[in-house]
Design a protein around this ligand. Structure first.
Ligand SMILES: [Zn+2]
Length: 337
């Protein structure tokens, strides 16, 4: 009989406290001990902030750790719990999925106490942290091979009131894009599980590609990310301050968009993808999105990839080799409320 997941400290302790969430050992791996920050200032909103769900998206853990530095001074009321890296194994390996079991942590919620290590992490979070909060902020960044607009993403939610509330709070982060993303692969997502409890789930996405800094996690991108999170905390009433749009490509503004599976552009053949537009560009039908260079011969013609309709570019793959029928761009349109 293995031990149960547990916290090494009491989250109800007033004020700032820190400790660990212990994920028990299982058949495939030893116990994990995830650092947890808690700031409990009584009545008000209660928020869980998580980073490192996908291990190759490091903006989240960095911003989460910055929050740990300034929240003790700034937080006025309510409860904030922060786990900067919920999947430390994937972060250490710089992989999207957990290297031990090959699973995507963001597809195994609510997890299993007797499952593989990803499932045990999800189980510990679902059991011990989720019941303490009414809102979850999961910090993602689209992975290192894409540029995407600094954004809050939400999936369609059947509960109309929760959907409306989620879009409203997402827009209050004042990031350049708030995106309603309809896609089919939502079973086992952290989002889906949190929504099922009637709670609010907010997911930030932030490109890790070439817009700012050639594939690395750059200071300018991190500043926008942190400003968005600060705006969100103001909107939730947890800290005081004036919410402002961060400057992104010379603009201080935001737009609410929607995208569905038919807005994903795929590569027509294997080859090297060359992007020819940038995130938040407005494109007309037929405008060039990118070029695919087949590698079979020097005389093979390159293939234009064009916008099927008037759109706004939400995300585009960084230059690199792609297989045939692989996503190279995600287009979007203004959300019709
Ligand atoms: Zn992610």
């Amino acid at each position: 009989m293995s031990e149960a997941p547990h916290l090494t400290f009491d989250l109800d302790t007033p004020g700032v406290s820190t400790g660990h969430l212990v994920v028990p050992k299982g058949a495939d791996f030893e116990a994990l001990s995830l650092p947890v920050f808690s700031c409990n200032r009584g009545d008000g909103a209660s928020l869980l902030i998580t980073g490192g769900n996908h291990g190759n998206e490091l903006q989240g853990p960095i911003v989460a750790r910055r929050l740990v530095e300034w929240l003790p001074e700034a937080q006025r009321c309510g409860r904030i719990i922060i786990v900067p890296e919920i999947n430390p194994l994937a972060v250490q390996a710089w992989t999207r999925n957990t290297p031990i079991d090959g699973k995507n942590l963001n597809r195994v919620f609510p997890g299993r106490s007797d499952g593989s290590v990803s499932e045990r992490i999800a189980d510990a979070i679902s059991r011990l942290l989720l019941p303490m909060v009414d809102t979850v902020l999961d910090l993602h960044s689209f992975g290192p091979t894409w540029d995407c607009a600094p954004s809050i993403i939400t999936h369609p939610i059947a509960d109309v009131d929760l959907m409306t509330k989620t879009v409203r709070i997402s827009e209050a982060f004042k990031l350049p894009v708030t995106l309603l993303w309809e896609h089919n692969d939502t079973a086992g997502m952290f989002d889906t599980w949190v929504h099922g409890q009637g709670k609010t789930f907010i997911c930030t996405e932030f490109g890790g590609g070439t817009v700012f800094c050639g594939g690395a996690v750059g200071a300018e991108a991190l500043a926008i990310y942190e400003a968005g999170v600060r705006n969100g905390l103001i909107a939730l009433g947890l800290i005081e301050g004036k919410a402002e749009y961060p400057t992104f490509r010379q603009h201080k503004s935001g737009q609410t968009l929607e995208t569905n599976p038919s807005d994903e552009l795929k590569s027509p053949a294997p080859g090297i993808f060359e992007p020819r537009c940038s995130v938040v560009d407005e494109v007309k039908q037929g405008d060039l999105i990118g070029i695919l260079h087949p590698m079979d011969s020097l005389s093979a013609d390159s293939i234009d990839i064009r916008a099927p309709t008037a759109s706004i570019v939400f995300a585009i793959r960084s230059a690199g080799y792609v297989q045939g029928n692989q996503e190279v761009a995600i287009l979007a349109r203004p959300l019709v409320h």
